[in-house]
Design a protein around this ligand. Structure first.
Ligand code: URP
Ligand code: ZN
Ligand code: ZN
Length: 470
């Protein structure tokens, strides 16, 4: 039996804040208390002066995900190592039901990648791109027997992953009856496609046109439509990467009416705004993600919504593509769209910077409380996606996924010192106060300062319970 005791840390959960010891036995929290007694065979870690946070749960990452001709530059190994250095110990990534691959095969393939590469624990949502009776039966099976209770569907990207309203409605109706939830990428795909084609026809090929052809009002429209479909289907619905005030408005209204609508936003929408799209420079490809960055006013509204629980989660949408073609052998990265913004792979890195940026720009800036930070980045994701109480909190019986956090220690964020494969971070050069010192996964030390003690394949697949019931 392996035993560790973490002494004198300031334990911060979504609701607690106190100093105590944590006894860990065989990967789980065995006891929490002051001056806990333990045998001499117990390894002792002094956490005096440090916060002890539950390991982060990031429910929106894309490790080794292929979109069109481009594959994200992080493998399961590099991406989960990066996550661990950022204080995240569980991710929910994506299995992809594409042409000729069933939902269940998609899960199997994704699990195989995780088994081989994951350094932290992981689960999957399935991206569903077509719906028929077999798909619906497979989804039901996935919820009940595979620990996959959430499914992402795209209202954008026609001709590739977009599904129509009827498909979304059918899927919602089924998962709503079986403890699952549909996560929607809400942008009006056909209108956006029209705007893209018009922009290209006028010779507008630069990255900034990515943002100009994806207006906030079309995120609002799709969000409203998604909510109405969910209401009719009597199912919970989750909006990924919510960025626009026009979308938030509908989420707030629905929640006020008691409709089970949930939404996340991401750090990039909280720290950057559309003013970056100010030139025709290709370097702006680093800001190409969907939805694009929005107004300063929208950013303020997102922060308010995080405080008031109109938004429930901060996820990263870690979907990294390199700025330099060929970096670490990766091809079809951002330069793939040098002459046509619509070919720039959509997405940016972020899995390593969530905790420190939200702590610095959220808690220290007085926008959210410390408890709320933990709730947004660990507890709420675990609850909403069927991982709680095994993950997302510090409690007797929970997995000993623990982050020792030095809230007063500053550091400067740089891609050069990060631990994933991407060659840039939007936060380059930003000084943040708050540094991850040690990270434990089920009691095993993965990160010790700059030292990496983790291992590919050590992460476990976590079969999730029901989603959307919280
Ligand atoms: O630009 C983004 N968000 N890329 C990742 C895929 C998605 O839509 O989440
Ligand atoms: Zn999306
Ligand atoms: Zn995504």
């Amino acid at each position: 039996m392996s035993r560790k005791i973490i002494r004198n840390g300031r334990i911060v959960t979504a609701i607690d804040d106190y100093v105590a010891d944590i006894l860990v036995e065989d990967g789980q929290i065995q006891a929490i208390g002051r001056k806990l007694a333990c045998g001499s065979d117990t390894e002792s870690i002094d956490a005096t002066g440090l916060m002890v946070l539950p390991g982060g749960v990031d429910c929106h990452t894309h490790m080794d995900n292929t979109f069109g001709d481009s594959t994200t530059c992080d493998s399961f190994e590099s991406g989960t190592r990066s996550a661990a250095f950022g204080g995240t110990t569980t991710i929910v990534d994506f299995a992809f039901q594409r042409q000729g691959v069933s939902v269940l095969e998609a899960i199997e393939r994704a699990q195989a990648k995780g088994r081989e590469g994951a350094c932290i624990d992981y689960g999957f949502h399935v991206i569903v791109t077509s719906v028929n009776q077999q798909t619906l039966a497979d989804m039901q099976h996935a919820i009940r027997h595979e620990g996959v209770s959430s499914f992402k569907m795209f209202m954008a990207y026609p001709g590739s992953v977009m599904v129509d309203d009827a498909a979304i409605f059918q899927a919602m109706r089924m998962v709503g009856q079986h403890g699952g939830m549909i996560a929607l990428h809400a942008e009006n795909g056909t209108i956006i496609e029209l705007l893209i084609q018009e922009a290209l026809a006028q010779g507008h090929t630069a990255p900034k046109y990515h943002a100009l052809t994806r207006p906030a009002i079309m995120e609002g429209e799709a969000t409203h439509r998604g909510i109405k479909l969910a209401e009719l289907a009597q199912a919970p619905v989750y909006f990924v990467h919510l960025s626009a005030k026009e979308a938030l408005k509908h989420v707030v209204e629905a929640r006020d009416m008691g409709v089970p609508v949930f939404a996340e936003t991401c750090p990039h929408y909280l720290f950057f705004d559309e003013s970056v799209y100010d030139s025709e420079d290709f370097d702006l490809a680093r800001y190409v993600m969907s939805p694009p960055l929005r107004s300063k006013e929208a950013q303020n509204a997102l922060w308010t919504a995080l405080r008031t629980d109109d938004l429930q989660l901060v996820s990263t949408d870690h979907c990294p593509f390199c700025m330099k073609e060929g970096h670490l052998g990766r091809v079809n990265q951002k330069p793939y769209g040098r002459n046509d913004f619509s070919r720039i792979p959509n997405g940016i890195p972020g899995v390593e910077t969530r905790l420190t940026t939200i702590h610095d720009g959220g808690v220290r800036a007085g926008r959210i409380s410390l408890n709320r930070m933990v709730e947004l980045t660990a507890t709420a994701p675990a609850k909403l996606f069927g991982l709680y109480p095994r993950k997302g909190t510090i409690a007797v019986g929970s997995d000993a996924d623990l982050v020792l956090f030095d809230a007063g220690q500053s550091h400067v964020i740089s891609a050069a010192t990060q631990h994933g494969n991407c060659d840039f971070t939007l936060f380059e050069g930003r000084e943040v106060t708050g540094t991850v010192r040690k990270v434990f996964l089920r009691g095993e030390l993965l990160v010790d300062g700059e030292q990496w003690l983790g291992r590919a394949g050590a992460g476990q697949y976590v079969a999730r319970g029901e989603s959307g019931g919280w």
